[in-house]
Write a protein that binds this ligand. Structure first.
Ligand SMILES: Nc1ncnc2c1ncn2[C@@H]1O[C@H](COP(=O)(O)OP(=O)(O)OP(=O)(O)O)[C@@H](O)[C@H]1O
Length: 493
């Protein structure tokens, strides 16, 4: 039984779902007067109270984030040996529930997948890996807005030993061959898992048969090719790129997002509901090196705690380190628009060979990256991988008499001249992303304008209107600057 109230603030109303680690409760936030979802996260075997305390510190030091395709985490409340994770309530069904009532048309699946890829690519841009992408972790509203949840809480990724010893709760059917072998998950493994999820969406079953014994499922994933897809249609090419056994040959999540958006636009007769803005989301404006118009977060923070361990395979991770990763990705988000395309790249359906995943057992792992949606287009936005970084010692930004002048000058050069814009960011701000991400984002923006108001010696309140795909969006944010010679540099917002 849940308590009547959590932390004297969240009135528990009813159970909205049940997962491998417990129930999720619909609650009313008495302070802010809004509906939230609260999930009780317990300790994993081997975890200790200090781990929990560390996770809580991480959580509390994290600023709020909102990426429209990542379920926002609002609060983490420690109670005894567990945490209540208070998050955005997403009315609707999980993708697993939707699939249970019948496979999806490929165009619709592409739309859902594109949104999830946006959220995941944003996380990847910040060095965080989800680790447990699967239909049950994708929440879909009635108008097909999709959000990925359970970021970093994956029970399946505690550490290699946990996985190998079969302490996997839920299904490992969406694991990549590398994760099935017990290696530390990387972004490429999220790409595989999203590919397996979309495969299940159109086929009605995952690419590998789920056995009663998880170890048997893992063994099949390690040694076999995926079952041939029969109903993937326009998703066939992208699925091949995502379900390549060689992680180096898989598309990046950015490339996945771009291809899936394109397919969705061209092939979903339900319309482009994914672009419906989420009421709670505020726009992240492109002053940030990795701007994300559908997120809002406070001053940028350093690389997520998860990034170090995520990138070194074989390391040990626990539930609460993963919880910290979840909260940090909620803080950091990033890269939504730069990932979501807006280009006219070649349809991902034509990108790959003509067979479905598993149709060609001779498909060889290749160290050469697969052709990407951007590579296949002459008009694609530059990708992070492909875009050279300007000189590390950019020329001095133009002189400015005040922070407001400087910020106006910054937006005046954008979106056309990203090299000049990049040079107007402080080195520490630049270090939080790559020039490729930055210029990739700006390539998706048609126009931007700004009105400024001074906000002290080193800050400006800017009302920024930018246009993407013909739609203007306006928001106000405080941009901070620092003095640099006879000019300034943008340090954050
Ligand atoms: N933020 C949310 N808003 C609305 N419903 C949610 C939310 N989070 C979870 N749910 C519901 O609660 C159910 C359980 O979620 P939970 O994340 O605990 O488990 P799961 O991901 O489905 O399973 P597992 O924990 O085994 O991976 C979900 O299937 C969904 O129906």
């Amino acid at each position: 039984m849940p308590p009547e109230s959590i932390a004297g603030r969240y009135r528990v109303e009813r159970e909205v779902g049940r997962g491998g680690m417990g129930s999720v409760w619909l609650c009313h936030d008495e302070l802010l007067g809004r509906t939230v979802a609260a999930k009780q996260v317990g300790l994993m075997p081997g975890e200790t109270t200090p781990d929990l305390a560390r996770a809580m510190r991480e959580a509390r030091s994290s600023a709020p984030l909102n990426h429209r395709n990542v379920v926002s985490v609002y609060d983490a409340i420690e109670e005894g040996d567990h945490i209540w994770l208070v998050m955005e309530y997403v009315p609707g069904r999980t993708l697993a529930e939707i699939i249970a009532s019948g496979p999806l048309e490929p165009g619709r699946a592409a739309g859902i997948g594109a949104q999830v890829a946006d959220g995941l690519a944003a996380a990847h841009a910040r060095g965080t890996v989800h680790r447990d992408v699967k239909p049950g972790n994708i929440l879909v509203t009635d108008d097909d807005v999709a959000k990925i949840s359970d970021f970093g809480i994956s029970r399946t990724t505690g550490d290699a030993a946990l996985t190998q010893s079969g302490l996997v709760s839920g299904t490992p059917a969406y694991f990549s061959p590398q994760v099935a072998r017990g290696l530390e998950p990387t972004p490429a493994d999220d790409v595989w898992a999203l590919g397996a999820t979309l495969y299940a969406a159109v086929e009605g079953r995952p690419p590998f048969p789920e056995k009663s014994n998880n170890l048997a499922t893992l063994s099949t994933i390690i040694s076999d090719e995926p079952r041939p897809a029969r109903d993937a249609g326009v998703l066939d090419g992208p699925l091949q790129r995502m379900l390549d056994r060689d992680p180096d040959a898989r598309w990046s999540m950015t490339e996945v997002a771009r291809a899936l958006h394109r397919i969705h636009r061209d092939h979903d007769d339900r319309g482009t509901r994914e672009s419906v803005p989420v009421a709670a989301a505020t726009t992240r404006l492109p002053v940030d090196p990795t701007p994300t118009p559908q997120e809002a977060y406070a001053a940028p923070v350093a690389a997520p705690v998860a990034s170090g361990s995520d990138d070194s395979r074989g390391g040990r991770r626990g539930l609460f380190a993963a919880l910290a990763a979840l909260l940090l990705v909620a803080v950091l988000g990033g890269g939504y628009l730069l990932l979501s395309g807006g280009d006219d790249s070649t349809d991902g359906t034509t990108a790959g060979a003509s067979t479905s995943p598993g149709k060609d057992p001779s498909r060889k792992a290749s160290k050469k990256p697969s052709p990407s949606p951007s590579e296949e287009s002459s008009s694609s936005a530059p990708t992070e991988e492909a875009t050279p970084t300007p000189s590390p010692t950019p020329e001095q930004p133009p002189a400015a008499s005040s922070p407001a002048d400087f910020v106006e000058g910054y937006y005046a050069v954008l979106p056309a001249d990203t090299e000049s814009g990049w040079a107007m960011l402080s080195p520490s701000y630049q270090s939080q992303t790559s020039y490729g991400s930055y210029s990739g984002f700006w390539s998706t923006i048609d126009a931007v304008s700004v009105e400024t108001a001074p906000a002290g010696a080193d800050a400006v309140d800017a009302t920024i209107t930018y246009t993407k795909d013909g739609k203007p969006q306006t928001e106000t944010r405080r941009i901070t600057v620092e003095r640099s010679g006879d000019s300034y540099l943008i340090t954050g917002d």
